[in-house]
Write a protein that binds this ligand. Structure first.
Ligand code: AMP
Length: 282
């Protein structure tokens, strides 16, 4: 496995591979790898001849009061795990190398970025779209793999690629969970032991809603109350940032569930904000 931090070297290595007729898959990450990331690598390997993974804690997708400085990092461990999971090239740039001091170009999909996580993280998706566009330009992958855990991000990237004709196939992969149901996230390390023990209640709330839907309740407002009541009971210290029913592609609000609908939630446990979601089949 090659480990490169330099943009020119990355571009050249990928260009050489393409010149040999090899296809490339890209998985962008912020590192501190867990089994969810690794499940993306394992799948991505099956889709192309060479697998490129980026580990970059992208500063432009963090707001001023967010956790950029304390975001967990362990490049040594990430390098070992990536090598063990068939990554051919690990790209680990410094922020100063990724952005010119007078960087002035942004890629945005405002229509899909205003609700859900975008409501409390106004610059987040602009930062994500911009860095993903830069990575696509450097690597020129045939296919890029993203997790459904960040469903809104995946929907935005699909739209961006379509609208800008970027010519990259976007593949979404299922949420990888701990045995107790908690969605894996690099941010789970922030949780205290008590919070970690209670956090599976978020997934429990999603399952409770799924069961109520199966039992005949199709009113989104009532289903949202079922989620909130579950959390109030099982996770009394938590604060629900949002629990919303939306169309899986347009992310527009759904008032009554008559077609597959995404239930997307974000929950604060202390200062830690965790997201989860479930595609509800009707
Ligand atoms: P991150 O490092 O959190 O930016 O995530 C990098 C990629 O891994 C994104 O496409 C995420 O959606 C995906 N990912 C993160 N957690 C999970 C998970 N639990 N299951 C599946 N994919 C995930």
């Amino acid at each position: 496995m090659d480990v490169l931090a330099d943009l020119t070297s990355l571009r050249e290595r990928c260009r050489n591979w393409r010149a040999q007729g090899l296809t490339l898959a890209l998985v962008p990450t912020m590192g501190y790898l867990h089994a969810g990331h690794l499940s993306l690598f394992d799948h991505a390997r099956t889709l192309a001849d060479r697998l490129v993974v980026s580990v970059f804690v992208n500063p432009t997708q963090f707001g001023p009061n967010e956790d950029l400085d304390r975001y967990p990092r362990d490049l040594e461990r990430d390098t070992r795990l990536a090598a063990e999971h068939g990554v051919d090239l690990l790209f680990t740039p410094e922020a100063g190398a990724m952005y010119h001091p007078d960087h002035a170009t942004w890629v945005e999909v405002p229509e899909l970025a205003q609700g859900l996580c975008g409501a409390s993280r106004p610059v987040h998706f602009r930062g994500v779209c911009t860095v993903v566009t830069k990575l696509f330009g450097l690597v020129r992958p045939d296919v890029a793999v993203f997790g459904q855990k960040d469903w809104q991000q995946l929907a935005i990237i699909r739209r961006m690629v379509r609208d800008l004709d970027l010519g990259v196939e976007i593949v979404g992969r299922p949420i990888y969970r701990e045995a107790d149901g908690l969605a894996m996230s690099s941010r789970n390390v922030y949780l205290t032991a008590d919070e970690r023990a209670q956090a599976p209640a978020i997934h429990g709330g999603l399952l409770r809603v799924q069961a109520a839907l199966k039992a005949g309740e199709a009113d989104a407002a009532k289903l949202a109350l079922i989620f909130r009541a579950h959390l109030a009971e099982k996770l009394p210290g938590a604060r629900v940032d949002y629990a919303e029913f939306v169309h899986p592609d347009s992310l527009g609000p759904v008032a009554r569930l008559g077609a597959p609908t995404l239930l997307a939630v974000a929950v604060f446990l202390g200062k830690v904000r965790l997201i989860d979601n479930m595609l509800l089949e009707v």
